[in-house]
Design a protein around this ligand. Structure first.
Ligand code: MTE
Length: 314
């Protein structure tokens, strides 16, 4: 695998900090004079230094505007515009992640401690939502494997379970009688998937800290799986020997399986997964593009599933 060690990285590959700082000054200045909506997620965006990654695609980026305004984050409402409108209510500082289960070093880890000594990378990934749309997003993050190695999975651990914050006082989508999903939102990966170098924990996008609607302050990104596996605002990581429950399969197990690999040959029971609409490409009437097996990451990840029937294990 081509993974740049910090010592291999040329100075020219590091995004200049002053560029981000100037952008931050502009954002903060614009917020002060009322040019921007008062979303805390935007106003609080802080620049991040990141090195480029050989795992990035060179496809055209989805605009920052689309990436941050067309979201799924059901804790803030089911409408695509609801997260950007509502997620400013979420307090993301201080933030800690509880690590428990079959880990040699279980603890409540402050986010700042998780990030100490981590090299942040810009990872430009294609993302494919199960609903049939896709984006190309410049994430800023680090391999989940780096954190897992630090928390020392025990030999018997086979899966990693993740949990999002449950805080109805700050998450309007968790209030009310009719709920679209059971809370907290939960997800899981097999340990080999979690350790794969493509799997990252993201803390930013477009060179700045994550806006709340995109899962601040810490979210998972697994580019060869449907978007719902990429759980947002993580507060707990559990190592376990049993396949963990996942929100969408708890809600409808015939429609959503555990693996949820992007697979154009396995239709969703209610629609085909063969094609996708790239957000920003000419609206609803734009020509769709074919969806690729494992979202185009097959060379790197297909071997994880050798011998498995991916029509049965969807
Ligand atoms: N994580 C939580 N906690 N709650 C959610 O509703 N939605 C998922 C995933 N992670 C979701 C979540 C779905 S369906 C998708 S497609 C992606 O987040 C969307 O991520 P984005 O809005 O940052 O593009």
């Amino acid at each position: 695998m081509l993974i740049g060690k910090p010592t291999d990285i040329k100075g020219s590959e590091i995004t200049p900090r002053d560029v981000y700082l100037r952008r931050r000054e502009f954002l903060l200045g614009a917020a002060a004079v009322g040019l921007l909506p008062a979303y805390a997620g935007i106003a609080a965006a802080a620049p991040l230094q990141a090195v480029k990654s050989p795992f990035s695609t060179d496809e055209k980026l989805t605009t920052r505007e689309d990436v941050t305004s067309y979201n799924n984050y059901y804790e803030f409402g089911t409408d695509k515009a609801a997260p950007a409108a509502n997620a400013h209510t979420l307090t993301t500082k201080p933030w800690s992640v509880k690590v428990d289960g079959m880990a040699g070093k279980p603890a409540d880890y402050a986010l700042d401690d998780i990030l100490k000594g981590v090299t942040l990378e810009e990872r430009i990934y294609r993302m494919r939502c199960v609903e049939g749309w896709s984006m190309v997003i410049p994430w800023v993050g680090f391999p989940l494997a780096d954190l897992l190695k630090r928390i020392e999975p025990q030999g018997s651990a086979k899966y990693v379970a993740f949990e999002t914050l449950k805080r109805p006082a700050e998450m309007p989508g968790q209030r009310g009688i009719l709920q679209p999903l059971p809370w907290p939102y939960v997800e899981g990966l097999r340990l080999d998937e979690a350790m794969h170098p493509l799997t990252i924990l993201a803390v930013g996008l477009y060179g700045e800290t994550l806006p709340n609607q995109n899962g601040a302050p810490l979210r998972l990104v697994v580019p060869w799986k449907y978007g719902f596996k990429s759980i947002k605002s993580i507060v707990r990581i559990t190592l376990t020997d049993k396949q963990p429950p996942t929100s969408w399969s708890l809600q409808n197990s015939s429609e959503y399986g555990f693996l949820s690999n992007v697979n154009p040959e396995v239709d969703h029971p209610r629609w085909s997964q063969a094609m996708e609409r790239r957000i920003g490409e000419g609206g609803l009437f734009a020509k769709k593009r074919p969806t690729l097996m494992f979202n185009g990451y097959g060379d790197q990840v297909a071997s994880l599933y050798s011998g498995q029937d991916l029509k049965a294990d969807f």
